[in-house]
Design a protein around this ligand. Sequence first.
Ligand SMILES: [Cu+2]
Length: 141
Amino acid sequence: MKMKRIMVFAALAAVLMISNVAFAADEVGTVSGGGTVPVVSAVAEGVFFEIKADKPSFTPSEITLKKGQKVTLKFTSLDVDHSVDLSEFGIKKEVLIPEKQSVTVEFTPDKTGAYSVPCKKFCGWRHLVGRRPRLEIKVVE
Ligand SMILES: [Cu+2]
């Protein structure tokens, strides 16, 4: 009786494996692909910071990251459009933080150092007097 159960289980496992292989093969042939790739939460495997952006400042205004550890930054604008340049961390396109919206970026810092990231989008008079919002990013070993 027990043996029979094991056989049924083995057969089921085999069917599952075969269908999995077929599925995987299908995926390779798909051009768009993306949509069916399982989404793994970045929050679970790395560090997560939520940064509020408004005209006076980014809050928090300073974060410390660990070299080699993946980080997720979620920027939320509380007022108007803001923008940051994170090209030092391999993000080529300037990151726009749209008015009253959020944008999430992920990267893994690969070098230590101190990086001062100012708001790149004119969001008020503070830009004119050198007091625009700024995020200090420290990367440590
Ligand atoms: Cu600004």
